[in-house]
Design a protein around this ligand. Structure first.
Ligand code: FES
Length: 160
């Protein structure tokens, strides 16, 4: 299969090697999709179709998996993912206000990516830091009780 020119063919060569390495594992699809997302940054249809063809499974099955798991994205994502917890504790303690502040500052809604591709904002379930509610996570770091725009901006400024 010859993929379109949107991506460097080297990326597809990398993906091909990953598929060859992983395809005989038990239930390899999620692992292959995870690595494909690392390679391409997201999982556009052409990448899904490539995986489907190489693994000889219906593209609809791949699409079903990609759309089922929050972790996978079909849209380009920013350098940093701002995961806002919308679990019960965070919701009660101000997640909606936090989301509003983030939206105003970044100019995006949940699921959106800033025009400079720096941040993508997503909503996640409880991240296990309820005592700090409301919480958002960037990378491995959780930020809690961010209740003013100044605090929020100071945190975001750390992620260049
Ligand atoms: S509900 Fe947000 S960390 Fe638990």
């Amino acid at each position: 299969m010859t993929p379109s020119n949107q991506f460097d063919n080297k990326l597809f060569e990398q993906l091909h090697a990953v598929i060859q390495e992983k395809k005989d594992l038990q239930n390899p699809v999620i692992e292959i999709l995870r690595i494909a997302q690392e390679i391409f940054g997201y999982l556009p249809i052409e990448v899904q179709e490539y995986i489907a063809k190489e693994m000889n499974i219906p593209a609809s099955k791949i699409y079903g998996i990609v759309t089922f798991y929050n972790f996978f994205s079909m849209k380009p994502r920013g350098k940093y993912i701002v995961n806002v917890c919308t679990g019960t504790a965070c919701f009660v303690k101000g997640a909606p206000k936090l989301i509003q502040m983030l939206s105003e500052h970044l100019g995006i809604e949940i699921g959106g990516t800033t025009p400079d591709n720096r941040f993508t904002m997503t909503a996640v379930r409880c991240v296990g830091a309820c005592s700090l509610a409301p919480v958002f996570v960037i990378g491995e770091e959780a930020f809690g009780r961010v209740d003013t725009k100044d605090k929020l901006v100071a945190i975001l400024e750390r992620f260049k």
